[in-house]
Design a protein around this ligand. Structure first.
Ligand code: UD2
Length: 302
């Protein structure tokens, strides 16, 4: 018998769980739970939440969350924040700090926060082009990391605001570089909507790419996310200098970045669903989902 590791003596009974097997793990067989580069793909029933939480129990970790609500998108903040307070790292010892970037600070709703959880408002200019708002987030997240988060946060998760949490989002999502697969493209062949113009810094050739990731959610450890957002923001600017805007703005640059710098953890579409999709059998739980919205009513331009 091996001596118990000093860090595991007398600990949470959740650390003792059913023996894991490598021949018949009893886990999912209907979906891939690992990428070709050996990153986990997180699906329900591929992890033991109680075990993971017990492993992280005594860690003093701060998770920063960024969310942008500019123009009419402030209407989504209440549901986003209230549902995050019900599902996002709830019950952990982690500190959670939401950074809300908005051009209308007075519209940020007051939400009851649990212990160790707080909301910080950052005032930013509005814009009359939604394309600039979505892509401009990369530069603002970069600046936030450089000026405020370094030395004060361990992980960061960046979310679209027009979405709600419906189920657990916890320690299983932690990793160095974490990205989520787009719910509209997880079952399709490689005809992804990457940027196809060679003149763009987001260019992907027809044979390139792994998955199609959705930029509505990404995260990880600060240095990894900093490199991601600074590279994507810089490439977006280089394109703009040439009069090019990638097909899906930040999301196109994001996809090229993740093809070159593979994520160390991939979140299944459970972690980034869209309410308008019919439910599929492999999606046993929807944890986070974009709401249905009328673009013509909420965007500043078409
Ligand atoms: C997709 C991606 C989004 C981004 C965008 C780039 C989804 C669910 N999201 O979003 O992450 O990559 O494509 O084209 O597919 N926002 C404002 N005010 C505005 C417009 C946008 O605050 O007037 C913010 C807000 O946080 C919103 C986010 O930008 O959630 C993304 O904008 P969107 O949801 O309108 O863009 P969409 O659905 O095409």
């Amino acid at each position: 018998m091996h001596p118990a590791s000093p860090s595991l003596t007398g600990l949470d009974s959740n650390l003792r769980f059913d023996q894991p097997h490598i021949l018949n793990g009893g886990w999912r067989t209907d979906v891939a739970a690992v990428t070709p580069w050996l990153a986990p793909i997180v699906w329900d029933a591929t992890f033991d939440p109680a075990l993971l939480d017990a492993m992280h129990k005594d860690r003093k970790v701060t998770v920063a969350v960024t969310v942008f609500a500019i123009g009419k998108y402030t209407q989504f903040l209440k549901d986003f924040l209230e549902t995050a307070e019900r599902h996002f790292f709830v019950g952990s010892t982690f500190n959670i700090r939401y950074y809300v970037f908005t051009d209308q600070p007075a519209e940020v709703p007051s939400i009851d926060m649990g212990a160790g959880r707080e909301l910080v408002i950052r005032s930013v200019p509005g814009s009359n082009r939604w394309q600039e708002i979505t892509a401009g987030r990369m530069k603002m997240i970069q600046a936030l990391i450089e000026t405020e988060l370094r030395g004060h946060a361990d992980y960061i998760f960046c979310f679209d605001v027009d979405a709600k949490f419906h189920g657990r989002w916890g320690t299983e999502t932690l990793g160095e570089l974490v990205a989520a697969i787009h719910p509209g493209y997880y079952a399709t062949e490689r005809t992804f909507p990457y940027e196809r113009r060679p003149a763009s810094k987001a260019y992907m050739a027809p044979e390139d790419g792994d998955y199609y990731y959705q930029a509505a959610v990404f995260g990880g450890e600060l240095p990894y996310v900093h490199h991601l957002v600074s590279t994507c923001g810089h490439n977006f600017e280089l394109d703009a200098q040439q009069g090019i805007e990638a097909l899906w703005q930040d999301e196109s640059h994001f996809n090229r970045y993740l093809w070159i710098h593979k994520p160390t953890k991939v979140l299944s579409p459970e972690y980034l669903w869209q309410d308008f999709h019919p439910r599929k059998p492999e999606i046993r739980i929807i944890r986070f989902s974009s709401v249905i919205k009328d673009y013509t009513k909420i965007r500043p331009n078409v």
